[in-house]
Design a binder for this molecule. Structure first.
Ligand code: KIV
Length: 266
């Protein structure tokens, strides 16, 4: 029987100084293949707003859309822990609607949720979710849902003082019960300092090699999304070219009468 990755597995990785991997997925078959490849956490990131739905920012995606993608990914993932990113304004208005929206994702198959940012209110949301039996992944540094108040895509935690501030926030998240924290677009040295001073694992999203884990958007890794490639992402394939080539050959074969062949008919 396949042993599912849980919050306990994730903490063990940190305690044993073992790295783990996090990759986004938005559909059943991708989740199935990356699960089989050994990815430890599959994140239904709100990055799907851009890469799967064609929106400009993550702000446009809602709870209903995240729920559909969560259902599909949860069906494909047997070993990996499935974590859903809670979308913009789905947990910000009041605690009871936050718990309701987050609880929906768990009903649809998520094993945990990701919540961006830090404030007294966010701490109280995290506490209530954890009390309700919902594992929470925090997200500090650059937090895309706060794009407008942060003034654009900016590196966070550049100075010692700024790194101390992120560490202070991370420690509060840790106290509230998060099982891991994404650090996005934080300089490597700052992320190292933060990681070394926390008990829960950190997950780097452009925060260098000293975090306990690494996360990337799968469309960047597969070379599928070509409109923008973050500096910290690594492209391992050229799915855009593959899709283009397969579609082009099919188009040519249909139009020249080469498809279907005698083996492809009843
Ligand atoms: O939305 C997303 O995909 C994310 C990760 C890249 C951390 O938040």
């Amino acid at each position: 029987m396949i042993k599912k990755v849980t919050v306990k597995t994730i903490q063990k990785y940190k305690d044993n100084n073992e790295k783990f991997s996090v990759l986004t997925a938005y559909d059943y078959s991708t989740a199935k293949y990356i699960d089989e490849a050994g990815i430890d956490i599959i994140l239904i990131g709100d990055s799907l707003a851009m890469v799967a739905l064609g929106y400009e920012t993550t702000h446009s995606v809602g709870v209903e859309e995240m729920a559909i993608f969560t259902k599909a990914v949860a069906k494909g993932a047997q070993r990996a822990m499935v974590v859903t990113d809670m979308p913009f304004l789905s947990y910000h208005t009041d605690i009871s609607s936050a718990v309701k929206n987050c609880g929906e994702m768990v009903k649809f198959g998520a094993n945990g949720l990701k919540i961006e940012g830090y404030s007294d209110y966010i701490i109280s949301v995290i506490k209530r979710l954890v009390e309700s039996g919902i594992p929470v992944m925090g997200h500090l540094g650059f937090t895309p849902q706060f794009l407008n108040t942060l003034g654009g895509y900016r590196i966070q935690g550049k100075t010692q003082e700024a790194a101390e501030e992120i560490l202070k926030q991370a420690k509060e998240l840790e106290k509230a019960g998060v099982f891991s924290i994404v650090l996005e677009m934080v300089p490597q040295d700052s992320a190292k300092y933060i990681t070394e001073n926390l008990s829960v694992p950190t997950i780097s999203c452009g925060a260098g090699k000293y975090c306990d884990a690494q996360v990337l958007v799968s469309d960047d890794v597969f070379g599928k999304f070509s409109e923008f490639k973050p500096k910290f992402a690594r492209k391992y394939g050229d799915m855009k070219a593959l899709i283009y080539s397969c579609a082009k050959q099919f188009n040519d074969d249909v139009k020249s009468g080469k498809f279907p062949s005698n083996e492809e008919i009843f």
